[in-house]
Design a protein around this ligand. Structure first.
Ligand SMILES: Cc1ncc(COP(=O)(O)O)c(C=O)c1O
Length: 523
């Protein structure tokens, strides 16, 4: 329709009538929001209680695998008119009941059951919808936006200091921020490494510059590759050192000696020497503390010495294993982390905080300056993200305060002990753990004296299928242990990971019985 003066007046009149009638009608959608006098607060709490009651029935079933695994999709058409929330929530609850339970029998790939008080806080704080994008500065000042712009940023700052304590940084010097997860934390740390090493790059860009390298191990997370690409450093400039020597692989095949799955200091040193001779700069080295597939702890201490000699940024990806530094044995294995330049630590992994909650820490908070932007209306937080959920900061703060050092030691310690116990029992049953157990995970081959690698991989997969089919336990299968090839074949293993604080030795014995049954059917 062409808008001319005549129909503009008609349109205005129509909008006016519609507007007036909307106000007079008392929209049915108003109940989707809390009323200013709080009169519908109780009905909101009631809805929450009803949903939780439905989920409670579902939660109390012991099997970690839901009965109905036939996932349906409803289609994605936006409804013409809003549907009653009771109906929409009831539909959603049906769908949520098809999720795996995060209970004591769920031993599959990284499924942390969150601290319930953090879950409550996420919901509670979200009513205020705090945004940690930055702190208030403009007209109106503190009084205008106190909760949104001061309270949860302060909570974030306190939480960051507590995380700094965990990894051994000096809390008075360290800084960092909460991000959506390990991927953005790695991106942030590499951005800082890039901008510190390549002066002027933030404004001028990378075009016309010589390429630079980043070193990591073959067991590291693909988030590093992603960051190389996003930052314009190029995936081809990521050099991945091996995590097993030929000798170790031979011993593994010959006598089933578990692989340490750790790169040696000399691997890094040789690459640094070689690149140095070719005049190629290495801007960062990234060891992993708690690798994704095997949760092994790669040595950090030797890299501190190399950092001091070669001058790269030492970024430790402790997204998974960082919280385990509170325990003596893992802390010994990750010695040196406290001297690194930056650490990735994800509270939404072993910190038992609900998603999304990752964190990047810098030993020296000065590094955060490289992430700062000048804007006229507020002081933006030094982060690559924009709006960020203050509710996540609150959920983290509550998890840290309710568990404390002792709580994390107990719960994480139990997970590690369970992994050690399973490792021992597997050996007694004649099966073969494929790597040394550092943290909470055991990857293993079931016994088969006549199997070549391909047959062993197939047998392992059948055993996993048999176990999961019976729905008493849920376990994982790693199709390819990163960086390992045996006779040209990938190493596919059975993956058991302990994260749930209720998993006991008795339950592991039950698992061993289940494994015996599955093995008989699979062989
Ligand atoms: C060692 C490690 N680093 C980084 C990541 C990426 O974390 P996120 O999935 O939270 O982005 C993961 C995820 O599993 C990981 O295991």
């Amino acid at each position: 329709m062409v808008i001319n003066k005549a129909n503009f007046i008609v349109l205005k009149a129509l909008y006016f009538i519609e507007g007036v009638s909307w106000i007079m009608r008392e929209s049915k959608y108003l109940r989707l929001f809390l009323s200013p006098d709080g009169s519908n607060f109780d009905s909101f709490v009631e809805v929450l209680r009803n949903c939780m009651a439905h989920l409670k029935e579902w939660w109390a079933v012991p099997s970690p695998i839901p009965e109905d695994v036939d996932l349906f999709r409803e289609g994605s058409r936006l409804p013409e008119a809003g549907e009653p929330p009771e109906q929409v929530l009831a539909d959603l609850v049906v769908r949520l009941k098809r999720c795996r339970r995060l209970n004591d029998r769920n031993l599959s790939f990284m499924r942390p059951s969150p601290n319930v008080y953090s879950v409550v806080v996420l919901c509670m704080a979200s009513l205020q919808n705090p945004n940690n994008a930055g702190r208030v500065r403009w007209v109106g000042g503190k009084h205008a936006a106190a909760f949104q712009y001061e309270v949860t940023p302060n909570i974030e700052e306190e939480s960051i200091k507590m995380l700094a304590d965990i990894v051994g940084f000096d809390r008075s010097r360290a800084g960092g921020n909460i991000v959506s997860g390990g991927t953005v934390a790695i991106l942030t740390a590499l951005l800082v490494a890039r901008d510190k090493s390549l002066k002027g790059v933030a404004r001028e860009g990378l075009f016309g510059r010589k390429s630079v390298k980043v070193l990591t191990s073959r067991a590291s997370h693909f988030a590093i590759r992603k960051a190389m690409r996003i930052l314009g450093l190029g995936e081809n400039n990521l050099i991945e050192v091996p995590v097993a020597t030929d000798e170790q692989l031979k011993e593994f095949v010959k006598s089933r000696t578990p692989l340490p799955l750790k790169p040696s200091e000399s691997e890094y040193e040789e690459r640094l020497e070689e690149l140095g001779k070719r005049g190629e700069a290495v801007i960062a080295v990234i060891p992993t503390v708690g690798t994704t597939a095997a949760r092994t702890i790669e040595p950090v201490e030797p890299l501190v010495k190399l950092r001091n000699r070669y001058g790269f940024q030492l970024v430790v990806d402790a997204a998974f294993g960082g919280f385990a530094r509170l325990l003596d044995e893992p802390a010994k294995k990750m010695r040196g982390i406290e001297e690194s330049d930056a650490v990735i630590i994800d509270p939404h992994k072993w910190g038992y905080v609900p998603y999304p909650c990752g964190a990047v820490l810098f030993r020296n908070s000065e590094d955060l300056k490289l992430l700062e932007y000048e804007v006229p209306y507020y002081e933006p937080a030094p982060t690559v993200e924009g709006s960020r959920p203050g509710s996540s900061a609150a959920a983290l703060w509550v998890a840290l305060k309710t568990l404390g050092k002792e709580g994390y030691r107990e719960i994480i310690g139990r997970c590690i002990e369970n992994a050690m116990y399973l490792e021992k029992r597997l050996r007694e049953e004649g099966h073969y753990p494929v790597h040394e157990v550092d943290l909470n995970t055991v990857n293993f081959d079931v016994k088969c004296d006549t199997c070549n690698r391909r047959a062993q991989n197939k047998l392992n997969e059948r055993v996993v299928e048999e176990i999961n089919k019976r729905r008493r336990f849920l376990i994982g299968f790693i199709r390819e242990l990163p960086g390992i090839k045996i006779d040209g074949e990938p190493l596919s293993t059975i993956h058991v990971e302990f994260m749930n604080p209720y998993t006991s030795e008795e339950l592991i014995e039950e698992f061993i019985d289940e494994l015996k049954h599955a093995y008989r059917n699979a062989i």
